[in-house]
Structure formats: C-alpha cells, structure tokens
Design a protein around this ligand. Structure first.
Ligand code: ADE
Length: 425
C-alpha cells in the first residue's frame, strides 16, 4: 500500500494492521526500560529537534520503540527495512499511524528493497542509522553530492562495521560513523544472547524440530556463534564448531565443542547454522555431501553464507514444505537439503529477531549515538568511531537498575592501587 495521507508518504503492506502493531510495540516497551529513560529525556530536552534521520533497520517491535524515541527527541525520521524478510507489517503500519514515514513490506523483492533505499536518500538525511551499511554504500556510490548534508552515521551490525572499515581504508568515509555494534553493551549481549536465542527460535518456529540428540554445526565462533552454540547445547544438541580463526577455534575447543573443518563436519551434521559474516561458508561441494534431509540456515547479516545460487544449479527445487522451509533435491545423489528462510537471517525471517530485553541496550546505544553525533556535530573526525566508554557504562548501570541488581563500588584505596605501580610483592 502506497499512499500520501496528510502529506505523509509511505509504502507498507496494510495500514489496517496499525492497532495490532501498536499493541505489540507497547508489549516490547515493557522490556526496554533503558530506551524508555532515553526517550523520556529526549522528550524533555529535544536534542534531535528537526534533524532528518534515515533508519535502515529490521522493522520490528523493538525498532518501533527506537523510532518512537527518535520522534520524541524531535527527529524527522524515515524508516526502511534492512532486510527483505524481516519486516513486521503491523509494526510498519503502527509507525505510519504515528506519523513516521515507513517503506517496508515483509517479502519485498530486492528491487523494491533498493528502491526504498533510494527513496530514503531522497529525504536528504543528516543522520543515517544503518544495519549492514547498504544506505551508506549507496550514498557513497550514487549520491556523493548529498555528503555535505550528513552529520554522520551509526552502524548496528558486525558486517556493516566491517564494510565501514573497508570504506575508510579505501578513503571513502568522509564523515564520522559510529560503530554501535562495537559498544560492549551491544555485541556482548545482542550478538550473543540475542542471536543465540532468536536463531533457535526461528528454527523451531519454522520446523518444530527436536534439537535434543541432533548434531548441530555452528559455522563461525564470533559473538553470534558463541550464543548459538551455547543455546543449541542447552537444548541437548551435539555441537560442532567450524572456524578459520585459530584463537576462536581454541576457545571453542576449550568450551567443550568439537572443532573440525567444514569438509569433515558436513558428514556429521543434521542442522547447520552459519554466523560468519562471510560468503560461501557452505559451498555446493559441502551441500552435495550432507546427509539426506540435512537442514541449513543462516543468521549472518547477508544471504551470502550458503551458496544458494550454486545449489540451484545442482539441485531440483525449491519445494516449499512449510513457510520458510524449502527442500532441494541434489540431482547427482538424489539426497535432499532443506534451506530455511531462503538463506536470509532465519531469526528475523521465521521468528521476531532478538528479544526486546537485549535490543533495549542495542537501541539505547543507537539513540545515544545519534545524540552524540548531533551534539558533537563538526567536532568528530571522519572515520569509524566507537561511543565513549562512559556511555557504555551508563547503559549497563541503567540495565542493572532495571533488573533490580546492585553491585559493589571500588574503594578509594583500591582505585589508587590499580592506578599505581609502587606496591608489588
Ligand atoms: N536485529 C536482531 N533482532 C532485532 C530486532 N528484534 N529488532 C531490530 N533489529 C534486530
């Protein structure tokens, strides 16, 4: 549905879903006390008054709360989806009903996705909240003349931060970009506990498989891989980890997981979960050798981790078995491989993404990063920045308070000891 109502343009599935969406955004808000405090302060202080923001994020109930916080701070936002399959159409409708321009429809094709990126850029954003760096990449490639409008950008995810660093290396980053992913209160929690739980949630909602007793291969042992491996083990799976980084591989081994190359893991695995951020980590040569009925899915940002294009060349299909569950028959062997969510983020395609309680800290970081950019407008150098440690610590303290947890304080003599060198043996 595309409409101009009260001068508000948008493109969503169905405006009639707005009430249901608002109710679900409110439900998530109960789990987002830190963002709530930020929002309340924004409402009083109006730090984003008149600032034009584009937020390219997964349009979920948690994002609904971020969008409300930005609006409360006075921002003029356009929200677009950061993935074709992750939009919650009722949330998109609710935000439109609250006066926010949204361009996001669950299941939109990549042409529509890219069109939405360009519509968003037409609003001449001063701040871009990116999740995967597609908006920034398009700005650099196609809209150099708009660079002057930009105060800066923020980036939500590991993949996007990698892309920003590559842009910087390439001399293309002419503005400050805040790597929100690199805040401790983001990646230690969202990437680990969020991806861990929501990935299993997506697999279960899509397939209703029993995890206990199955061999689960977790491809990649970064923060996301750790979370997925931990939760799969918790449900009784035998977990194999594959890695390319020797230090992470040692960590996985000492956590008690079996570690082996993919060439070997393919024969043992019942369920494969990619979380590397890299391409073709499950290649057709791996898919060909998997057990009949092996399930493969991805929770990395882009749909490049499983070589689906290659699979389509060697297999018949896909045959849709259930929503988000597609079966391919490999012609040379007659074996079947089952792919979840078209190789896109299974936790957002088949479930609702990370729970609100972790997104609370991620999106408090986002809101405070936007404020930081505005407050320090033209003082921050071009390039990738992380948020100051005191902001990270404040977010953790507020989260602890909301969780009803108090902690100890260092004494003056302890502080002096840690800051000194004279006292030893
Ligand atoms: N990324 C992962 N989970 C998410 C969620 N629930 N909302 C927005 N972005 C997400």
């Amino acid at each position: 549905m595309t409409r101009t109502a009260d001068h508000l343009e948008f493109e969503i599935k169905d405006a009639l879903l707005a009430d249901a969406g608002a109710q679900r955004i409110d439900w998530a808000a109960r789990e987002m006390p830190v963002l709530r405090l930020v929002r309340d302060r924004f409402a009083r202080e109006q730090p984003l008054q008149g600032v034009r923001i584009v937020a390219c994020v997964h349009v979920t109930t948690e994002t609904g709360n971020l969008a409300r916080a930005l609006k409360a701070g006075g921002a003029d936002s356009v929200v677009i989806a950061s993935n074709p399959l992750s939009t919650q159409d009722d949330v998109a409708a609710a935000l439109v009903a609250e006066g926010i321009r949204v361009y996001a429809i669950k299941g939109e094709d990549t042409v529509t996705y890219n069109r939405h990126v360009r519509i968003a850029l037409d609003s001449r954003p001063q701040i871009i909240i990116d999740d995967g760096a597609d908006v920034i990449a398009t700005l650099i490639k196609e809209r150099k003349e708009q660079m002057g409008d930009l105060i800066g950008s923020t980036e939500e995810t590991t993949t996007g931060v990698n892309r920003l660093r590559a842009m910087q290396q390439d001399g293309q980053l002419s503005f400050p970009a805040i790597a929100v992913n690199d805040s401790q209160t983001k990646h230690l929690f969202d990437n680990r506990y969020g991806t861990g739980q929501s990935t299993i949630d997506g697999i279960l909602r899509a397939t209703n498989l029993l995890i206990a007793g199955r061999t689960v291969v977790v491809v990649g042992f970064g923060m996301c891989g750790r979370g997925v491996a931990m939760r799969a083990r918790g449900l009784g799976a035998k977990v194999i980890v594959t890695e390319v980084d020797p230090i992470r591989a040692v960590e996985a081994a000492m956590e008690g997981y079996q570690v082996m190359p993919m060439e070997k893991a393919v024969e043992a695995g019942d369920l494969f979960i990619t979380v590397t951020g890299n391409r073709d980590v499950i290649h057709t040569r791996h898919l060909e050798r998997m057990k009949d009925g092996a399930v493969v899915c991805n929770s990395g940002h882009f749909d490049v981790e499983i070589d689906l294009a290659g699979l389509k060349l060697i297999a018949d299909g896909p045959k849709l078995l259930r929503p988000f569950v597609e079966e391919y028959r490999i012609r040379s062997t007659g074996r079947h491989v089952i792919v979840l969510g078209e190789g896109r983020l299974s936790n957002l395609a088949a479930a609702e993404g990370h729970p609100a309680s972790v997104m609370d800290m991620s999106f408090a970081n986002q809101a405070l990063a936007v404020e930081h950019l505005v407050k320090n407008r033209s003082r921050l150098s071009a390039g990738v920045h992380i948020l100051p440690a005191h902001i990270d610590q404040d977010i953790a303290r507020l989260k602890l308070m909301a969780m009803g947890i108090s902690i100890d304080e260092m004494s003056d003599s302890q502080r002096a000891y840690l800051g000194g060198w004279e006292l030893g043996t």
